[in-house]
Design a protein around this ligand. Structure first.
Ligand code: HEC
Length: 102
């Protein structure tokens, strides 16, 4: 019993430090200059993005491509510029983090 409780505590602290690390990654990658978690800045709030794609199974791969190559027209006329400076695995981690926001 004690072991199980410890394991759960350990797993949840791992999960939250992962979340924090990914948020920092989004900051250092320049995403948070145009996005915030809660609300629209230049681009849509990340919680809104997560809600929009809740039941869309191909969202992750579509969004990974969109973040890398940029684009417009989904949230309005303002384009997101391409983000070629961000490593593929970082884009993937950030997109998965966004889609897991509630
Ligand atoms: C210069 C401002 C800017 C920066 C920097 C920026 N974005 Fe965006 N982002 C936008 C805008 C504007 C949109 C809305 C585009 C549209 O309407 O299609 C957007 C849309 C998005 C979407 C939703 C796309 C869709 O098709 O629904 C995601 C996910 C996203 N951005 C993630 C990121 C990530 C991750 C980064 C950092 C690597 C980033 N953005 C950097 C401005 C920016």
């Amino acid at each position: 019993m004690k072991i199980a409780v410890t394991a759960i505590l350990f797993a949840s602290s791992l999960a939250s430090s992962y979340t924090l690390a990914t948020e920092k990654l989004a900051q250092s990658s320049g995403c948070m200059g145009c996005h915030s978690i809660e609300r629209k800045i230049v681009g849509p709030g990340f919680k809104e993005v997560s809600q929009k794609y809740q039941s869309n199974k191909t969202a992750a791969s579509n969004l990974i491509n969109k973040v890398k190559s940029g684009g417009s027209g989904v949230w309005g006329p303002v384009p997101m510029p391409p983000n070629p400076h961000v490593k593929d695995e970082d884009v993937k981690a950030i997109v998965q983090w966004i889609l897991a926001l509630k």
